[in-house]
Ligand binder design. Structure first.
Ligand SMILES: C[C@H](O)[C@H](O)[C@H]1CNC2=NC(N)=NC(=O)C2=N1
Length: 112
């Protein structure tokens, strides 16, 4: 199977299934630096990326925004001096879909 980041996001519909515990365990292996967090009952993927200044944090933020637009799947982005917190989840299903893991893997590539 192709690396997670090379896989294709599927159009997320309101009746799309959330990932199972087994799928989480499988996909998480490709994105070990990401944390699974739960907010208001919604499972999310989150990672903090560190930078030497605000400008580089801002540049990274823009690149993540571009990959989100290409996929029509968008994260929450908190941009601060020297760091960016990226949080992925699927709004329509109020939880985690495989798309979120694919885009987290692509986010890691943008940071590399
Ligand atoms: C209309 C538009 O395609 C949808 O609202 C998309 C936009 N980006 C999205 N991003 C995320 N993370 N979840 C969604 O359900 C979602 N839906």
């Amino acid at each position: 199977m192709a690396n997670l980041s090379q896989q294709t996001c599927e159009a997320c519909s309101i009746d799309a299934p959330r990932v199972s515990e087994e799928e989480i365990a499988q996909y998480k292996q490709d994105i070990p630096e990401w944390q699974i967090v739960e907010r208001d009952g919604i499972m999310q993927l989150e990672r903090v990326f560190k930078f030497p200044n605000f400008q580089q944090a801002l540049d990274f933020t823009y690149k993540v925004g571009q990959l989100a637009e290409e996929a029509d799947h968008h994260p929450a982005l908190l941009t601060e001096w020297g760091k960016v917190t990226v949080t992925w989840w699927s709004h329509k299903i109020k939880g985690l879909h495989k798309n979120d893991f694919i885009l987290a893997a692509r986010t890691d590539e943008v940071a590399a």
